[in-house]
Design a protein around this ligand. Sequence first.
Ligand code: ADE
Ligand code: ZN
Length: 343
Amino acid sequence: MSAIDPAFATFLVGLPKAELHVHIEGTLEPETIFRLAARNGVALAYESVEALRAAYAFTDLQSFLDIYYAGASVLLTAADFADMGRAYLARAAADGVIRAEIFFDPQTHTARGVAMATVIEGLTRALDEARAGGMSCDLILCFLRHLSEEDAFATLRAALPFRDAFIGVGLDSSEVGHPPEKFARVFAEARALGLHVVAHAGEEGPPDYIVQALDLLGAERIDHGVRCLEDADLVARLARERVPLTVCPFSNVKLRVCDRLEDHPLRRMLEAGLAVTINSDDPAYFGGQIGANYVETCAALGLDRAAAARIARTSLEASFVDAATKAGFLARLDAHLAATAGA
Ligand code: ADE
Ligand code: ZN
């Protein structure tokens, strides 16, 4: 582990940035899981916070997802979703996040009998409060790819009464064996509704899933995308088309996509000219928020201030906001860089 200069860490955490890849259910800390379980009378398979935390020794994506869905089972009321959203947004603001595009997995909740209205109203309450405090934030509804196309269609239709509460759709959960093409028709309907489109691809799945996400779903950003490096033609395309990749370094180490942060492909991705961003994915499970992801990744890979500023700039440029709002974000980043130059 490389030594981390405290001044560099302060600079990185303070960089105005966008978080474009965070699952709200993945922000539930073990303490909160136990508190909500007690509040709602939900039984947990773990005796204590420590026992739950000890189970966070993942071998791959599926071993994480099994625990992640169990953790989400404590969420029942709109107040639960609002509390979870508030806690994340407060931590994100402290890490320099000025724009958050937050994934939520409605099927995880509707399958347990929680109404779509409960999920969306609770989360919206938290986002509205954060907006009132100056944060820019929006929701992206993700379909669980291990479930059927029919289930995804039913979910999209159940969310339509709340169309104004989310800006886009995404695709997450177990990747291998569930290619993007399975959801081409659902995403076509979402696009026709004017929704933005993103998709997890190339985390554990092959580079071809990235191609499918672009060509068959119309994805505007790729979540993870690290396995693109196995296909030189795809790398050239992603660089040429400036497709943003929402990379999650801590996640990739915890889920064994790569062995150590020092081996993470992010540096090679930058060198290949890719539009790379840094994000936390599921911070309660993977050992740190977005700020820690910036700090430890830059230290492990020897990335300097200029490289980190470029990553933060890419995140703001890749956000789904209008041109004037984006120009305002970039001005805030430039002001921060000017104020911290030589510090
Ligand atoms: N759901 C939450 N985190 C995920 C990840 N890293 N990949 C796929 N689905 C997820
Ligand atoms: Zn993810």
